[in-house]
Design a binder for this molecule. Structure first.
Ligand SMILES: Cc1ncc(C[n+]2csc(CCOP(=O)(O)OP(=O)(O)O)c2C)c(N)n1
Ligand SMILES: [Mg+2]
Length: 546
């Protein structure tokens, strides 16, 4: 067996069904080995696209993502996606070809291990033919247990070398229990809850990844439930769910979270957006932050009690201690709160429709899509001014149904991420919500989506501008013409790439979407001409950081 075959075998026997990448001479043998071992290959048009497809696949499926790139420029092209995956703590293995172990010079030479480290990914390498299987297995294990992308560098002079028969055994490691919180920290949380009348739970992606049963804890103490943007969907369908905490909150969510006397944050960084720059919770509220990493506690927002532990184990330990002491109650959940929450959704808040003959109001567009599209969906967003509309107005069925590649706040990642999500969850409709700037940055991947005939809906919020910059600097009286562009016809671009495309200037123009939903044999791109004058309310809040 050759090194490439050993790598393919370890990954496929480890459960890898789909992988992403872009072929070069350096990774060709690895691509073929994975393919021959039984995994399905999806070829991107740019390496950051390949990594984001693997990242979107991982987020939507809960399984690790795998991507493969050529050495040197193939690897450096992947770096923005890799950084997003590192910051979002996505378990992912990037199989990166690398220059021959024995060479001093190559055009392709960059220090791939250092670059991986700098970006927050884990550098690993295939050390020799006889360690290739073990090195690959270790890369997968580290990606999963440490919840980070691993760059497995594979020197090209090793990849076709034979491995000794007995070296391709896949090593096994003991399974690891998640870190449990100390008894003392659990006791202090329960002390707080014993005297709390209005507890709130805010859950982030860490809580979702841990599978924490926070709704049971919420029921026990009568808490209102909210998530960070990354954790969106975690409490979908719960009558006490307030949706996203922070800049994307409804006014009711802001009011109720502001009234909380105890806030329990699980696996949420409590960053500026989630806590509205510190203004979301009352200064009197006691804040408990539960995180796997001590470093995260109090890093952005004050934490009165810090608990180092896994979100699932900590929630369970708190419930056990509440049981033991007989503490619990209806907390917030009195006086028709359930009804108030059901009437206080963001999409029911009044706004003045600013559509014209030429332009649709992005709120009206998104609410109409929410009504039109099946609820079994994965919503995936790019970054930009438009971002609040899909996050605030499109319902998602659960946390895996919301893929939010915004940990690095890079524009241009949403389309590829949506492709990965569509491949991970084919029975769900994937909606990639992108800006005109973001989709043009990743335009090659429109061809990828069409080539695989993915049943995705790509909604382009087309304001012919880098709207985030226009709405940032415009109100300050600064010139913004450098961030405006002539209109781009995305419906025509979609058709040229092999997808379907429609131009939407009003809600009524959405009727072809109904027909497409019945067939869905290729992507549909909605070129939504949104009114470029509308400045999203959430943006003013977001820009307070600058
Ligand atoms: C890679 C990258 N380049 C530049 C930026 C700065 N930036 C933030 S939002 C934005 C505008 C994106 O335009 P578009 O996708 O059309 O969305 P809009 O803001 O217009 O809704 C830019 C350029 C960024 N965040 N990431
Ligand atoms: Mg734009």
């Amino acid at each position: 067996m050759r090194v490439s075959e050993a790598i393919g075998r370890v990954l496929v026997e480890g459960g890898v069904e789909s992988f992403f990448g872009l072929a070069g001479s350096g990774n060709f043998a690895v691509l073929n080995a994975l393919h021959e071992a039984g995994a399905t290959f999806y070829s991107s048009r740019h390496e950051t696209g390949a990594v984001m497809m693997a990242d979107g696949y991982a987020r939507a499926s809960g399984k690790p993502g795998v991507a493969s790139v050529h050495q040197g420029p193939g690897f450096t092209n992947s770096l923005t996606g890799l950084t997003e995956a590192a910051k979002a703590r996505t378990p992912l293995v990037l199989l990166a070809a690398d220059i021959p172990a024995g060479t001093l010079w190559s055009n392709f030479k960059v220090d791939q291990g250092s670059l991986a480290t700098t970006l927050g990914a884990i550098p690993e390498r295939v050390r020799s033919p006889d360690t290739a299987a073990a090195d690959t297995a270790r890369a997968m294990r580290r990606a999963q247990t440490e919840r980070r992308p691993v760059v497995l560098n594979i020197p090209i002079d090793l990849v076709e070398k034979p491995c000794q028969e007995d070296s391709t055994e896949i090593p096994s490691w003991p399974s690891l229990d998640a870190p449990v919180p100390s008894e003392g920290s659990v006791a202090s949380v329960v002390d707080l809850l014993a005297s709390s009348r209005r507890p709130a739970i805010v859950a982030g992606r860490g809580a979702a990844l841990a599978g924490a049963r926070l709704e049971a804890l919420g029921d026990r103490v009568g808490a209102v439930l909210a998530t960070s943007a990354m954790g969106h969907g975690l409490f979908a369908g719960n009558p006490y769910s307030l949706g996203i905490a922070g800049g994307f909150s409804s006014s009711l969510a802001m009011k109720l979270l502001g009234e909380a006397d105890v806030v329990l944050a699980f696996g949420a960084s409590l960053n500026h957006w989630t806590v509205r720059h510190g203004g979301l919770f009352s200064p009197e509220a006691r804040v408990v932050q539960v995180d796997l990493e001590a470093e995260a506690i109090g890093r952005v927002h004050r934490a009165d009690i810090g608990v180092v532990g896994d979100a699932a184990g900590t929630a369970g330990a708190i419930v056990d201690e509440l049981d033991r002491r007989g503490v619990g109650g209806e907390g917030f959940r009195t006086g028709g709160l359930e009804r108030e929450i059901s009437r206080g959704r963001t999409r029911d808040e009044p706004y003045e429709d600013l559509g014209t003959d030429e332009y649709v109001d992005p709120r009206t567009l998104t609410i109409a899509l929410d009504d039109l599209l099946p609820e079994e969906r994965t919503v995936c967003t790019d970054s930009g001014h438009f971002l609040g509309y899909p996050a605030m107005y499109l319902k998602v069925p659960d946390q895996r149904g919301f893929v939010f590649p915004n940990a690095f706040q890079s524009v241009g990642l949403g389309l590829a991420s949506g492709i990965g999500a569509a491949i991970a969850q084919p029975e769900r409709l994937t909606v990639a919500a992108v800006g005109d700037g973001g989709v043009l940055m990743a335009l090659g991947e429109l061809e990828t989506a069409a080539r695989y005939r993915l049943p995705m809906l790509v909604v382009v919020y087309n304001d012919a501008a880098y709207g985030a910059e226009v709405h940032h600097f415009g109100p300050m009286g600064r010139p913004v013409e450098l961030a405006r562009f002539p209109p781009t016809d995305f419906a025509a671009l979609a058709r040229a790439a092999g997808a379907e495309g429609i131009t939407v200037r009003s809600e009524d123009d959405l009727s072809p979407v109904r027909d497409w939903l019945d067939i869905r044999d290729r992507p549909l791109v909605i070129d939504a001409r949104v009114n470029p004058e509308i400045r999203a309310e959430w943006l003013a809040e977001a820009f307070r950081a600058h």
